[in-house]
Design a protein around this ligand. Structure first.
Ligand code: ZN
Length: 505
């Protein structure tokens, strides 16, 4: 390898190792750490992360990077480098520029503000008191506008913030996707609401012993090809996936004895995230070539497994008899078609986290519109609860009775994570387009799934998505894999076809 590149990647490996050490500490915090250690642990995590940040933004690293990249323009000195190495450097420069764009004092101030704001948000939500949280949100929006200014942007401040979550995506592109989704989703939700098809969701809220739920989830994870010699599943309050290296990717799940779908689909969802991380190329560890492309592409992998595989009929042709065998008292007399209807029940609900695949993106659209308008100064923090309720009524036909189940339900704004929500919508859309490419390219994919063969799909995803790391951008990946740019159409057509049949519309 080029000597200059070797110096850069060796340092990157050290920086990445520090971040992964923090990830191990955070995993422990969410799973096994005794509750009394919270303060000490948060100091440990923030120390290790600040060491990583200091090395990445140091003069030493700047000088090493400058031997290969024009730090102002981002132009790479390609002499003696292959295409992979050039891509690696382009990504490093991108990340380095983002990390060094903000003054140290600004970062510290924002961290203090959002740490307080999260605390206040919790109390405000518990007491159903928006006025308490509003001044903090006010300050966060002001600082986020400043942050966008430090980074610079093309059309509007939101572009600059989006870049933290979905590299290379513009506000305009998100807006266009929502413009396609909005009328189609509202129309479909309306038709479903007036349908007379029986609601079978009660089938899933019988008593399902947790140990048996756990065993079934593990069976599905193994079949998906989640390597348990390089991963493990534990329980936590909120399910998540974390990775320390492609050889150690962990997931958590949450079980409820009176709700089969929570643990089951949560497990498949995190399993999809985990397959992505296990499929990255370990030889590039420490560099962007061993990293996921973006949050949206990550979410495409979890949603693909959770919804397009796990909520599909072929999957349950194989797994339903197995599930019935574990829960004979609850499911023996329930035909497959009723169970399939139960796991695909559409109910307009107030809470995003509980939304089904038809209504989910409407929750995201509402948040995107509001946070963008806040940033542009088109709406004020004071007006937010009213605008929230108005949009809920327009999109889903329901109105929150309290701010706790309305504008205060998500932690994201209190964390300062403005620009994150659209990645959930993108995940659904990327995932659909990728799944349809797999349907075209894998012979009889759904026949294979119906025979319990999930490995063929995992291998295809590994070859076509996982092992590429950040070699391609999200846009390039979708274009190359599916022959067209990202579009809302495949997702809309999928929903219409599936739910017209399910609800006899
Ligand atoms: Zn996810």
């Amino acid at each position: 390898m080029n000597r200059k590149l070797e110096i850069v990647t060796t340092e990157l490996q050290v920086i990445t190792q520090l971040r992964k050490v923090a990830a191990v500490l955070a995993w422990d915090q969410e799973t096994y750490m005794p509750s009394g250690s919270a303060q000490a642990r948060s100091e440990q995590i923030s120390l290790v992360l600040s060491l990583a940040h200091a090395r990445f933004t140091s003069d030493t690293f700047r000088q090493s990077l400058a031997t290969l990249v024009d730090l102002d323009a981002g132009t790479i000195d390609k002499d003696g480098l292959d295409r992979r190495q050039v891509r690696l450097l382009e990504n490093v420069w991108h990340d380095w520029r983002r990390a060094t764009a903000l003054p140290v004092e600004f970062v510290g101030e924002l961290a203090r503000l959002t740490s307080q704001a999260q605390h206040v948000w919790q109390q405000a939500r518990a007491q159903n008191d928006y006025a308490r949280f509003a001044p903090y949100l006010e300050k966060i929006i002001t600082m986020k506008r400043q942050e966008a200014g430090f980074h610079g942007f093309r059309d509007e401040p939101y572009d600059a913030l989006l870049e933290d979550y979905e590299i290379g995506t513009s506000t305009r592109q998100i807006e266009q996707l929502f413009t396609g989704l909005r009328p189609a989703l509202i129309e479909l939700v309306g038709r479903i609401k007036s349908s007379k098809a029986p609601d079978r969701h009660d089938l899933l809220t019988q008593e399902f012993p947790e140990d048996l739920q756990w065993e079934f989830g593990m069976e599905v994870l193994r079949d998906m090809g989640y390597d348990l010699k390089k991963g493990r599943q534990d329980r936590s309050a909120h399910p998540f996936t974390t990775d320390f290296h492609p050889s150690d990717v962990r997931i958590t799940t949450r079980l409820n004895p009176n709700d089969l779908s929570m643990g089951l689909f949560g497990t498949i969802h995190e399993g999809g995230h985990a397959l992505y991380e296990q499929g990255l190329e370990a030889e590039y560890f420490g560099t962007p070539l061993c990293e996921a492309i973006s949050l949206g592409i990550h979410e495409s992998q979890s949603r693909l497994w959770e919804n397009y595989v796990g909520r599909g009929l072929p999957f349950w042709r194989y797994y339903y008899p197995r599930l019935q065998a574990r829960f004979p008292d609850q499911l023996r007399d329930v035909p497959l078609k009723d169970f399939y209807a139960a796991i695909n029940t559409v109910t307009p609900s107030l809470i995003r986290g509980e939304a089904d695949e038809v209504t989910y993106n409407l929750h995201i659209m509402l948040r995107f519109d509001l946070e963008r308008a806040l940033l542009n100064g088109d709406v004020t923090v004071k007006d937010l609860p009213g605008l929230w309720d108005q949009a809920m009524a327009e999109y889903l036909g329901i109105t929150p009775l309290s701010v706790a189940e309305g504008v205060l339900q998500d932690i994201h704004w209190g964390m300062g994570a403005i620009g994150c929500f659209p990645t959930y919508m993108l995940g659904n859309l990327y995932g659909r387009q990728i799944y349809e490419a797999a349907l075209e390219q894998i012979d009889d994919l759904e026949g294979r799934i119906a025979r319990g063969d999930l490995m063929t799909l995992r291998e295809w995803l590994r070859d076509n998505v996982h092992r590429l790391g950040r070699l391609k951008t999200a846009g390039e990946l979708i274009q190359d894999l599916t022959g067209r740019p990202l579009s809302a159409q495949p997702f809309i057509q999928y929903l219409q076809a599936k739910y017209e049949r399910l609800y006899a519309l």
